[in-house]
Design a protein around this ligand. Structure first.
Ligand SMILES: [Zn+2]
Ligand SMILES: [Zn+2]
Length: 387
């Protein structure tokens, strides 16, 4: 066990010394939802330089483009005025400040990427990898995942979570020749960030990652709206986590997904409970319990029902927005009045966005949703990993 106060003091002192360490790179596998047989690469505003199997193969002007396709286990590449020698690996880099525009065959998708692009073959298709500075990757992910028009404090929060996640999962696709894919499996990444507010948030949080009380990077789990109370990790996934503990939240109460309602015939509700849980529908007290239920706080089971009825299972079976709801009956109709949207563990997105709009610093938002966490320099994690 670490001696925490000492360690944290130490971490704070190395935050600044590590800040100027060499920029960390991420190799992102891109267009991983496609089997690519043809790709077109061009510079957005500057000429690009081409390397084949590590050797310089000339430049291509910004009005031209290189078309790459699979030829057996090699690559065939040509621009308007020349054919490049066949190779196993082609790398493109911008000669100026421009980005690299990568386009796919049909259906055509074009995206712009910072850093360099390396293309090789894998299983008869093209493997396209974007070698990108960590913070350019983080900015791209924040834009893809958080979208536009959020408060800058919200973007800072996203930036530290996304950086933490990227660093801790960077070996996930290592056997495929890259670090992270560009799908939800890792983090959605659609290339260069266009929003200055996001770039600013990424710079303002440079090198910062979030760790728990034992200096382990956290997994910043999130959901849409907690309905006023987040939930413990173990109540949803059976494994406790020191930073994922239930907390009250008033910031999301008037947001779009704060409330929901589902009506159904009383007979249908009782039949469902009988079929799925073996509820005795002839027992008046039991029937009363399951048709009139008003929990004061989050609970796991429907009070007073035997056998016990798991609210998580009810949510899953009926496709409800959340497992936080009360039950009342009117004229033969059972009404479920629900709160929130999602599993309720960790960060409540709508609450966090509301806090950010109020100008609450992202560090306070972080501590509101995650218990006993700390922001430290990314180098600190590696330091302790090496130890
Ligand atoms: Zn992945
Ligand atoms: Zn909330």
């Amino acid at each position: 066990m670490f001696r925490r106060p000492l360690i944290l003091a130490f971490l704070l002192t190395i935050v600044h010394t590590c800040a100027r360490a060499q920029e960390r790179m991420i190799q992102a596998g891109i267009f991983r939802d496609r089997q690519l047989t043809q790709v077109i690469v061009r510079g957005t505003s500057s000429p690009i330089e081409v390397q084949i199997d590590g050797k310089p193969a000339g430049q291509v002007g910004s009005k031209d483009a290189v078309r790459i396709s699979v030829q057996g286990d090699r690559l065939s590449a040509s621009s308007l005025d020349r054919h490049f020698p066949h190779g196993r690996r082609i790398t493109f880099r911008s000669t100026g400040r421009g980005l690299l525009r990568v386009g796919t065959g049909k259906p055509v998708i074009e995206r712009d990427y910072p850093g360099s692009i390396t293309i090789s073959t894998a299983n008869g298709a093209l493997l396209v990898v974007n070698d990108v500075a960590l913070d350019d990757y983080v900015a791209g992910v924040v834009q893809s995942e958080a979208g536009n028009h959020k408060g800058v404090e919200y973007y800072k929060l996203q930036a530290v979570s996304c950086r933490t996640y990227a660093i801790t999962t960077a070996r996930r696709h290592i056997n495929e020749g890259f670090n992270l894919c560009d799908r939800t499996h890792c983090q959605v990444y659609k290339g260069a960030c266009r929003l200055d507010s996001i770039k600013k948030a990424v710079r303002a949080t440079k090198n910062l990652v979030v760790v728990d009380a034992d200096i382990r990077p956290i997994h910043a789990t999130f959901h849409s709206n907690c309905g006023g109370e987040t939930t413990n990790a173990e109540d949803v996934w059976s494994k406790p986590e020191s930073y994922l503990v239930s907390a009250l939240d008033t910031f999301c109460l008037h947001e779009p997904h704060a409330q929901w309602r589902t009506d159904m015939p009383r007979t249908a509700w009782l039949t469902y409970l009988k079929d799925s849980f073996g509820l005795d529908t002839m027992n008046a007290a039991t029937v009363e319990a399951v048709t009139s239920f008003d929990p004061r706080c989050r609970s796991l089971y429907l009070d007073g029902a035997h056998p016990s009825i798991s609210l998580l299972k009810v949510r899953a079976d009926l496709g409800l927005n959340s497992a936080l709801f009360s039950i009342r009956t009117e004229n033969g109709v059972v009404i479920l009045d629900g709160r929130g949207f999602g599993h309720g563990v960790g960060l409540c997105q709508e609450g966090a966005m509301h806090m950010a709009r109020l100008g609450i610093p992202f560090t306070d938002i972080l501590h509101h949703y995650f218990a006993e966490v700390h922001l430290v320099d990314q180098g600190a994690i590696e330091f302790f990993k090496d130890e």
